[in-house]
Design a protein. Sequence first.
Length: 103
Amino acid sequence: MAADAVSLLQDGGIGIPAAVRSTVGGALAMKAAALLESVARCRPLVDGNKRTAWTLMVLLLWINGCRHDFTTDEGFELVVGVAAGKIELRDSAAEISKQFVAR
């Protein structure tokens, strides 16, 4: 049987409800930070969680009429720091708010 989306979830779906919190109220930067943190820290996928977290954050900004101004190194440091628990939600939201611009 081919792997489907459910079999890719390591934690039985815990990551999905965690990601939903990013859609409930708040500023766009906070939503983007919450989504980034949810996927990067909860690791709902077998592989590629940090890449997926970054992509989802960028897409959330894009859908809401913004883009980011992170350099490759700044983006890397943000994602790795969030995934490792070294950057807290408010700090990542503050960094994201400094780096997003209307497109």
